[in-house]
Design a protein around this ligand. Sequence first.
Ligand code: FES
Length: 147
Amino acid sequence: MYSEKVMDHFNNPRNVGEIENPSGVGTVGNAKCGDIMRMYLDIDDNGIIQDVKFKTFGCGAAVATSSMATELVKGKTVQQALEVTNKAVMEALDGLPPVKVHCSLLAEEAIHAALWDYAEKNHITIEGLEKPVNDISEKEEGEEEEY
Ligand code: FES
């Protein structure tokens, strides 16, 4: 049912964790299943993503897609990171079963939510970036949640 790459990223997820004082952090919820994903970005003065970490309360497909997504955005510019769509992530993983496609949206939206936070903090506009509809970052402000 799952490709070897999906199983690899599920069993050995890359870039799990947190970044202290991130340039941007975003949390999104999956409207379909209620799972949650938080993404941290460390972006340098040139707009290059130096580091990225994620944490999720989500299924195996969410773990695998987020792991792959973090690999794809690391070292990229903010603009290039916007091109890392859930479709691109799924392709990089050699596909996902149709019922799991919605899981891949968590990673894409979490990256967008973190970029949105980065843009707001720096009072800049990132061309083509929209605030994800499932962004729940603000609801959690001030709360320290562990998951
Ligand atoms: Fe919720 Fe996959 S079932 S993210």
